[in-house]
Design a binder for this molecule. Structure first.
Ligand code: FAQ
Length: 341
């Protein structure tokens, strides 16, 4: 394990643009005009671009969130990849293959967006492997049946869309622009998941049971995807002031419940929550208590598949060493040829 590399979130000082060194105080008196311009841009909804001055803490928070998002997309390929060789038909197999490849693309756009902030993809990957960076808790759960592929598309991509559509309007331009295409593709993913669930829900008794079992196992972990309850969310206040987050964790979670209950009813499946009830006064659903101990355990490395997921990423990193070396050698050869010319 390569734990000696510079942490992306701690910052690789040699790669940080000069105007915002990672270790600098929030802003010096000389930077007051820049800070004022930054605030003005936020107030007027003008995107912050990579060459603009930005507070070091804003840069650091973006690197944390975007890199964790990128890691989630890449690690998220693993549970679904598990079913590529066992998809029930050739058509389902090719659709799933396209979806998993889309997730790889999302990871790449997001790593690229984070790189505009002065970190390298290698540093971000090493942070993941050294457990300095997180990825979404949801991908630490196993895919036990084909219905889980339907449930992931329907629920996990459904949650991702609810969380990510607002990010198309977040304050950092490269992140916002990456999210536009990602959200379009996630919508297709959500549809394909719902299509799988529809077939199962209208199928044999055994298929209906598979669909219900998948919903039972994924429902609560999906609600946890939105992050801890607002009063425990350490980053929300600041991130919302900066326009990196546009809605609170609890608000987005509530939208997920409200959107999904009618879909489950349409499928004839029951949400595994006895406290779930329409609240006429609020115009929203009330739902039961989430097991936050489970969430903390999974985020801290003790979920059903954490070790397996990180081992897979470590293997990919080790086995890809020759590609990185070949690219480096090629770049050096090109540079030498250009210099000679
Ligand atoms: N898992 O203060 P907050 C997808 C951490 S992509 C693990 O509320 P924040 C596509 C959080 O990092 C899914 N850790 O944090 C797909 C923080 O720790 P830190 C990923 C979590 O950042 C579908 C601490 O808890 N989406 O599904 C989680 O303001 C199908 C305190 O929390 C994104 O990344 C969690 N669920 O809000 C792919 C979207 N929740 O870093 C394949 C962008 C919280 O301070 C197949 N990210 N934590 O050490 C966000 O919107 C935010 O980062 C949140 C968390 C909402 C995830």
């Amino acid at each position: 394990m390569h734990t000696n590399a510079t942490s992306a979130t701690e910052g690789d000082a040699s790669k940080m643009p000069e105007q915002a060194p990672e270790q600098a105080p929030e802003h010096s008196p000389e930077q007051a005009p820049e800070q004022a311009r930054f605030e003005r841009q936020l107030d007027q909804g003008i995107p912050i671009e990579s060459a603009d001055w930005m507070p070091a803490a804003y840069r650091k928070t973006l690197i944390r969130q975007i890199s964790q998002h990128a890691h989630s997309e890449i690690v998220g390929m693993l549970p679904e990849g598990n079913w590529l060789t066992r998809a029930p038909t050739l058509e389902r197999k090719s659709i799933l293959l396209a979806k998993v490849q889309d997730e790889a693309g999302h990871g790449l756009y997001l790593y690229s967006a984070a790189e505009t902030l002065g970190v390298t993809r290698d540093a971000m990957t090493l942070d993941l492997l050294a457990r300095r960076a997180k990825y979404s808790s949801i991908f630490n759960y196993p895919t036990l049946s084909w219905a889980d592929i339907g449930a992931i598309g329907w629920l996990v991509d459904g949650a991702a869309i609810i969380n990510q559509i607002p990010l198309c309007h977040c304050s950092y331009g490269p992140y916002a622009r990456a999210m536009v295409r990602i959200c379009k593709e996630e919508s297709f993913h959500q549809r394909q998941g719902f299509a799988i669930m529809t077939v199962l829900a209208r199928g044999t008794r055994e298929q209906q049971d598979m669909a219900q079992d998948a919903l039972n196992r994924w429902w609560w972990p999906v609600l946890m995807m939105f992050g801890p309850p607002d009063h425990e969310s350490t980053n929300s206040d600041q991130s919302m002031r900066w326009g990196i987050k546009l809605h609170s964790n609890d608000e987005l979670r509530q939208r997920m419940v409200d959107q999904t209950v009618p879909q489950a009813q349409f499928l004839g499946l029951s949400i595994p929550d006895e406290q779930l009830a329409w609240n006429e006064a609020r115009g929203r659903y009330d739902y039961g208590a989430i097991d936050w101990d489970e969430f903390r355990r999974v985020v801290n490395g003790d979920g059903p598949c954490n070790q397996e997921r990180l081992a897979a990423r470590q293997r990919a990193w080790d086995e890809g060493a020759w590609v990185r070396e070949a690219l480096e050698a090629h770049a050096q050869k090109q540079a030498t040829a250009v210099a000679a010319a």
